[in-house]
Design a protein around this ligand. Structure first.
Ligand SMILES: C[S@@+](CC[C@H](N)C(=O)[O-])C[C@H]1O[C@@H](n2cnc3c(N)ncnc32)[C@H](O)[C@@H]1O
Ligand SMILES: Nc1nc2[nH]cc(C(=O)O)c2c(=O)[nH]1
Ligand code: SF4
Ligand SMILES: [Mg+2]
Length: 216
């Protein structure tokens, strides 16, 4: 598999917000959302070739225990090519959270080792066709994060979850942002709409602290 970066940071988003964690970012994404803050991850030939065992060893060397985040790119493109071994191996460091668009259902072998799925379904603001796999609304390990930039996006997210029977307490709105200024501006823009919709909001801690810096 091709690994872009392995680093220690705080989980900046979602249900595990604020937890110290090791991040393993895999290369390659075919989805290409217009707002993507990680465009450098799209290239499938990016990063370095690494066995799952070697990636686990490097993650372990960083010394952080308790939580691991596997992300990308779209990490699930590596299913049956090492992702299952990686996620199962990383469990000796702590709980493993997989960040995914939700387009691909996990293999049973991946599902056996993943503790959380942090699924970010694509609304019309992503400008792509990326249908959600029916696996996710039914899984007890799933939390959804919808990237929103304005009131219309919040309303679209609410309609999206209602249509699919996704429980509202599993859903979070996340401000579309790459800078602290944009983060604050979008939060203010969506705040009242989130209250009206009854939807929880997750900030993006790393964006507030560092902007869109690599390795944070
Ligand atoms: C880079 S993606 C990698 C995982 C997977 N490809 C996905 O989209 O969930 C990690 C997270 O960043 C979010 N994200 C990407 N660009 C963003 C932006 N400009 N503002 C807010 N969230 C963004 C995605 O929605 C996703 O939750
Ligand atoms: N601190 C921090 N938290 C994150 N949570 C999910 C991330 C990702 O890019 O998938 C991410 C990231 O890039 N940085
Ligand atoms: S699916 Fe994730 S990594 Fe791929 S373009 Fe969209 S936000 Fe970026
Ligand atoms: Mg990120």
């Amino acid at each position: 598999m091709r690994v872009l970066e392995i680093f220690a940071s705080l989980q900046g988003e979602g249900v595990n917000l604020g937890k110290p964690a090791v991040f393993v970012r895999l290369a390659g994404c075919p989805i290409r959302c217009v707002y993507c803050d990680t465009e450098y991850s799209w290239d499938f030939n990016g990063g370095v070739e690494m066995s799952p065992g070697e990636a686990v060893r490097r993650a372990e060397e960083l010394g952080v225990r308790g939580h691991v985040v596997v992300t990308g790119g779209e990490p699930l493109v590596w299913m049956r090519r090492g992702l299952e071994e990686l996620v199962c191996g990383l469990r000796r460091l702590g709980a493993v959270e997989v960040e995914t668009s939700g387009v691909y259902a996990p293999t049973p072998e991946l599902d056996a080792c993943a503790d959380f799925y942090d699924v970010s379904p694509k609304l019309s603001n992503a400008g792509v066709k990326a249908p959600l796999s029916p696996f996710y609304p039914k899984s007890p390990k799933v939390w959804f994060k919808f990237v929103v930039a304005d009131v219309a996006d919040v309303e679209e997210a609410l309609a999206y979850v209602r249509e699919r029977g996704i429980p509202l307490d599993r859903v979070m709105l996340m401000p579309m942002s790459k800078t602290p200024e944009e983060h604050a501006e979008v939060l203010r823009r969506i705040w009242d709409a989130a209250v009206r919709a009854g939807l929880r909001v997750t900030p993006r801690l790393h964006i507030v602290a560092w902007g869109n810096a690599r390795g944070k």
